[in-house]
Design a binder for this molecule. Structure first.
Ligand code: UDX
Length: 438
């Protein structure tokens, strides 16, 4: 089918490229001329494993193209995906400005009957507004159907998730639209769940809020484990074996970040508030997550008796491994707090440094290697569980640092390894290892 994708951020680009991979004729529209020129050459603006190869292949096979003009990009499309950003406003509500602009452009340029599918995460009911907006401004006499198709991609494994996801959700209010979209997605070989539009919109928020809840729950348990002498890794393992609970998203640490969980949990609290429902659990989930990001700094402050004038090495800056995305990364909160306390901050990340420079305090200095960051540090804080950081053994810290004190916010190492290496190792929800003790 002839498909147009509006917006080439993480969601839009992965959607467009994947749909071309399964045989559709896809045009991706973005207003950023420079970005479009790069994408035409097969250069991906985002770091996402497997994406660039797939882009190059489908451009070469003439199934994938990029446009800055809505007129050209929408001239023949049968299905139009809206995948523009819905950033968070100061009050937690979603900013729908880009969605409204996309809808207005569709109304102006669509030339034949089409299905408009919203990929962007939008508050429940927004699709009805999009339909109204398009119909009010339609220039050509065509029929527009609306559908919701929320995305569940994880950054860093977005391509894998697209082809091996647990489900594709299609929200449509008429059977024909649902069936057409089912045909579009069928080649992915992923189960398709069809429902009404408002339920599809809610599935996205509820799924992310539930996963965030799991993380905050295990983080709270980890804080209690530290006080009662239990081990969070064993607790999570024992809990996860119960299939009703499931083992995923039970990794304790310094809390969730990224482009979805913080934004979507805040938005859902607002959505609930708008219908006079006080979403108490979710408010606590957010509060626990905010506290969790501060907790590791508190541990450093207690151990070092303050950080003023001390050198702290931050290892890993992106909100999770295998991505350069710094949106709502715990490293931002942590670096700002350390900078406010006049610590000398050295930071290392395998790929997120250029993004980090825009978001972290100016006082941070960046290093090219882990060794360089930790060499003269009074303490190390592991903030992202990059494979490279996990592979840097605890005895290697001992070799490089005067006194190796490591605060691991992601539980990258076994306690036994810390005992053997003879380093001081403070992690999350586990016993602190002090050299010379067993
Ligand atoms: C998430 C959802 O998983 C995805 O379905 C949705 O579409 C977008 O949001 P993403 O933000 O890419 O994906 O990352 P994810 O792998 O889910 O991790 C989110 C955050 O939670 C990261 O900061 C990660 O470090 C943290 N996390 C995850 C934990 O702290 N513990 C866990 O057990 C799992």
């Amino acid at each position: 089918m002839k498909i147009t994708v509006i917006g080439t951020g993480y969601v839009g680009l992965v959607t467009g490229v994947s749909l071309s991979e399964i045989g559709h004729q896809v045009t991706c529209i973005d207003i950023d001329t420079r970005k479009v020129e790069e994408m035409r050459k097969g250069i991906s603006p985002i770091f996402e494993p497997g994406l660039e190869e797939m882009m190059k292949k489908n451009i070469a096979e003439k199934r994938l193209s990029f446009e800055t003009s809505y007129k050209k990009g929408l001239s023949q499309s049968e299905i139009i995906f809206i995948a523009v950003g819905t950033p968070q406003k100061n009050d937690g509500h979603s900013n729908l400005e880009y969605i409204e602009k996309a809808a207005a452009s569709i109304a102006e340029h669509v030339k034949q009957d089409a299905i408009v599918v919203t990929k962007s995460t939008v508050p429940v009911g927004t699709n009805d507004d999009i339909k109204k907006l398009i119909e009010e401004h339609l220039v050509s006499p065509v029929n527009i159907s609306i559908a919701s198709n929320p995305e569940f991609l994880r950054e860093g494994s977005a391509i894998k998730d697209t082809f091996h996801g647990d489900r594709i959700v299609v929200g449509a209010d008429d059977d024909q639209t649902a069936e057409t979209l089912e045909q579009v997605f069928l080649p992915f070989g992923v189960p398709i769940y069809k429902t009404d539009i408002r339920s599809a919109e809610m599935i996205k928020y509820a799924s992310n809020a539930f996963l965030a809840t799991k993380i905050s729950f295990i983080n709270e348990i980890s804080n209690i484990c530290e006080k009662v002498g239990a081990d969070i890794e064993s607790v999570a393992c024992g809990m996860g074996q119960d299939k009703r609970i499931g083992s995923q998203f039970l990794r304790a640490g310094i809390g969730y970040g990224g482009s979805c969980f913080p934004k979507d949990t805040n938005a859902l609290v607002q959505i609930a508030g708008n219908v006079e429902h006080d979403f108490e659990i979710l408010k606590s989930v957010i509060k626990v997550n905010n506290n969790q990001q501060e907790m590791l700094v508190d541990k450093v402050l207690n151990r070092l008796g303050g950080v003023t004038g001390k050198t702290i090495a931050l290892l890993g800056l992106s909100f999770k491994p295998n991505t350069d995305d710094m949106r709502d990364a715990p490293s931002i909160v942590i670096a700002n707090r350390l900078a406010a306390l006049d610590a000398n901050i050295k930071a290392y990340d395998p790929i997120a440094v250029s993004h980090a420079k825009r978001l972290l305090p100016e006082a941070v200095t960046y290093t090219k290697t882990i060794e360089e960051a930790v060499k003269d540090a009074d303490a190390v804080m592991i903030l992202t569980d990059w494979e490279e950081i996990k592979q840097f053994s605890l005895s290697a810290y001992k070799d490089v640092m005067k006194e190796a004190i490591i605060f691991d916010g992601r539980n990258c190492h076994e306690l036994d390894e810390a005992v053997k290496a003879g380093v001081e190792y403070v992690s999350v929800g586990r016993k602190t290892v002090v050299p010379g003790t067993k």
